[in-house]
Design a protein around this ligand. Structure first.
Ligand code: MN
Length: 500
């Protein structure tokens, strides 16, 4: 949430402006709850006082932005109060003890849950694993802790510009590696997209730039064609007298494209580069729309996925199909779902907490359901006598489904795409190790550089100064950055490369 024109030199004016900005988002609350949130707002201003963000703005902009994110999802009063106060105990003179006198135990638990989380840093494995453990414990007791943490993170990512590049990069990487996958596991698609889109340019600046250059034009072309197709589809619905349908194109998602390209696909093979979403009023209409799409366009083979009948693990529901528009020879993906499913796709678990469904909250029971058993599993795992490294390995194994973690001889965990080879690993450690890699050892046994790595492998690279990249190395790596380094090096060697 970007807020402009908030006073930078008069706290009283700034706080009034911020309250006026926030209040319209809070109108779904009853007046008693609204009053409570206003009290929290005033406490928050009182605690942070004249503190500033790195950007020079008043600090109070930050908790208000995070609060708007959650209010937009219509979350309950206590979550809003806690997000407003989330940085007070850590960053101001006002302690948690003092807040206890004013706010409920539930609110205090939420604040303390987030306060602990904010100390997650990449300072060596041990501290990191310890913090992850704490995070899952807090989440398992009250999942709203993670909603607050995600909203907090989102605003920090929106203001990364104000930070030194190295720090910005660390925060962005951490967001991609921990928070986006958690959002994904919780079915919070909107959060996941935002976290990924904001982090990607900072986490992998070069890759981001290269990708945008490569596909921006293609994106625009396809978007234009799709607008035309969308009109045709609207026309079909009119003729069939199907009403109350919302159709829209999906926004650009560079990070997800980057991941798909990393998994060995080419831009032409990524059919959902541009996708159409069709939201229907009810389930029957979903299938009616689906069959109309299948009959008016040319369906690609094996591209129908009925996630309505078979929801994804995180609860996602939709019918996906990929079809070709004969007139324009455009292949595109269509996602069809009901309004209810759509809300879940955007907000996932958090939609259970929205104001109108408060009865669900009282029970807290859904966290025990199979779908979110993974959170409890991660908590239980933390009670087992595992080494920090083992714990971390299991957590990541569970959290990232299309990624693997392998270990260096020193015990550092390295994240790679599933299907990555020993050569990918070598380049990830260091360009020079990649370029001069001659042999790998996996779990102590010598293997070829093209060997596929598995989660938890201990990998060692043996280098030879005389070694240099060969043309066939391009087929041996899965990571885009390794491929780019190899290509550059081959060019320097004078090897001619066909344009890809
Ligand atoms: Mn914060």
């Amino acid at each position: 949430m970007y807020m402009h024109n908030i006073s930078r030199d008069n706290l009283e004016i700034a706080s009034k402006q911020l309250w006026d900005f926030l209040k319209p988002y809070l109108l779904y609350l009853n007046s008693a709850d609204l009053e409570q949130v206003e009290i929290a707002f005033m406490q928050m201003v009182d605690a942070h006082q004249e503190q500033r963000r790195k950007s020079g703005e008043y600090y109070i902009i930050h908790p208000v932005s995070a609060c708007i994110t959650l209010a937009d999802m219509k979350l309950d009063r206590d979550t809003l109060i806690a997000v407003l106060l989330h940085d007070v105990p850590e960053d101001t003179e006002v302690s948690l003890r003092q807040l206890e006198k004013i706010f409920s135990r539930e609110v205090i638990f939420l604040i303390s849950g987030v306060t602990k989380l904010s100390s997650i840093r990449y300072q060596g494995e041990d501290r990191y694993a310890e913090n992850l453990r704490r995070m899952f414990v807090a989440m398992s007791r009250d999942i709203r802790v993670i909603f607050i943490k995600l909203a907090d993170r989102l605003h920090n990512l929106e203001t990364l510009d104000a930070l030194p590049p190295e720090k910005a990069r660390r925060i962005a990487l951490e967001s991609l590696e921990i928070y986006a996958p958690i959002a994904e596991r919780l079915g919070m698609g909107k959060f996941q997209d935002k976290l990924e889109n904001l982090s990607f340019p900072y986490a992998y600046a070069q890759e981001y730039k290269a990708l945008v250059e490569e596909v921006a034009q293609e994106y625009d072309i396809r978007q234009n064609v799709l607008e035309h197709i969308q009109k045709n589809i609207e026309h079909i619905f009119e003729e069939e007298d199907i009403k109350n349908i919302i159709i829209y194109g999906r926004a650009k998602k560079y990070y997800s494209l980057y991941k798909k390209l990393g998994a060995g696909k080419t831009v032409d093979e990524v059919y959902d580069l541009i996708a159409l979403r069709i939201i229907t009023p009810d389930l029957a209409t979903c299938y009616q729309v689906f069959s109309l799409i299948q009959s008016h366009f040319e369906p690609l083979e094996n591209r129908v996925k009925d996630y309505i009948a078979n929801p994804k693990d995180n609860g996602y529901q939709s019918i996906h199909t990929t079809v070709r528009d004969i007139e324009t020879n455009t292949v595109f993906e269509v996602q069809i779902r009901t309004e209810e499913m759509h809300e879940y796709c955007e907000y996932g678990v958090a939609s259970h907490w929205s104001y109108k469904q408060k009865s669900d909250i009282e029970t807290h029971s859904f966290i025990d359901t199979d779908r979110f058993k993974w959170i409890q599993d991660l908590v239980n795992l933390g009670k087992e006598p595992l080494s920090e490294q083992e714990y971390l390995q299991y957590v990541k194994l569970d959290l990232f489904q299309d990624q693997i973690f392998v270990m260096t001889p020193k015990g550092d965990a390295i994240r790679l795409l599933e299907g990555a080879t020993a050569l990918d690993f070598a380049f990830r450690i260091h360009q020079d190790i990649g370029k001069h890699a001659s042999l790998a050892k996996v779990n102590g046994s010598p293997v070829k550089l093209s060997e596929n790595l598995k989660n938890g492998d201990l990998v060692e690279i043996i280098t030879d100064k005389k070694q240099k990249p060969h043309r066939d190395w391009l087929n041996m790596v899965k990571t885009p950055s390794a491929a780019r380094t190899i290509r550059n090096n081959l060019r320097k060697q004078g090897v001619k490369l066909g344009e890809r």
